[in-house]
Ligand binder design. Sequence first.
Ligand SMILES: Nc1ncnc2c1ncn2[C@@H]1O[C@H](COP(=O)(O)OP(=O)(O)OP(=O)(O)O)[C@@H](O)[C@H]1O
Ligand SMILES: [Mg+2]
Length: 322
Amino acid sequence: MVCFLRARRSALPSPSADVPAIHAVDLTKHYGHIQALAGLSMSVPRGEVFGFLGPNGAGKTTAVKLLLGLTSPTAGDAWLLGEPVGKAEARRRVGYLPELFRYPAWLSAAEVLSFHCRLIGVPRPVRATEVESALTEVGLRQRAHDRVGTFSKGMQQRLGLAVAMLGAPEMVFLDEPTSALDPVGRHDVREIIRALRAKGTAVFLNSHLLTEVEQVCDRVAVVDHGRVVAAGTLDDILGGGAMVRLHLTGLEGVNALLARWGDVTVEGDWVSVRGVDANTVADIVADLVARGARVHAVEPQRQSLEDRFLELLQGSGDEVAA
Ligand SMILES: Nc1ncnc2c1ncn2[C@@H]1O[C@H](COP(=O)(O)OP(=O)(O)OP(=O)(O)O)[C@@H](O)[C@H]1O
Ligand SMILES: [Mg+2]
């Protein structure tokens, strides 16, 4: 297991600006007989976009609620921005887009944002600017004074995102931020996440949308039935799956020749070598050419996150967590 999951009590964060955004040690949550989260230990540095990926019922929302102090753990500890979770001090510096939320239908978008500015203590003189810039960021400026009750699902989700970004949070939790969004909206959210990272804001992104996670996350944990089944950078997770396809002619015994580089499959003039290190592709081609092969095409390929995701979840059955 990669190092960031080796969070231990001996490495508790100190109250400085360098402490991780999130530090969790054996965080566990039972709801009656259901084990929603089983010993989550992890650390997310400042400014990182961290993807928490898993199927329905895997424990993603439970993890977010525990990290925000919205529900208490059955066992384990966690710190948010260096403070024990649940402390109002850290909570004020964090933005949150919940999975299921409803704002009062009779308020306008600007009123919802203004209300939240008051809640998190944005000083009165800068509230209007703060509201305007949040609305602009999520593409709702033209609808600032329309009532939430007249908003489509996707517009409400954009508003939720705007709320999560108020007050320049140091960390933002986004629980399935694009579930109601069209492709343009999804693209916009990716841009918003990238902009947050550029500002040094850490993002904890819950998702079951692999492309979303693949495109924006620095690191990922795959969770299933409350347990982390894989974690690390996408390269770590997809590591064993690197593959190169070669179109070559003019050489006999290709299979045996290439076996030292990885698992070989030959289909006519095409040869696939699975499990190669991306850095060795040039060496493979040079070796083949030196032996007299004509290499017509070289296609490095990577196992898709979707294939890897399904592979990781294999054996856990189709049932949602119970
Ligand atoms: N308040 C609760 N009471 C009882 N069981 C709960 C409660 N909240 C969550 N659970 C259970 O904990 C497990 C994990 O749920 P959780 O909401 O964390 O999953 P998730 O990964 O967010 O799923 P989804 O992708 O569907 O949002 C599920 O079996 C769920 O039924
Ligand atoms: Mg959820």
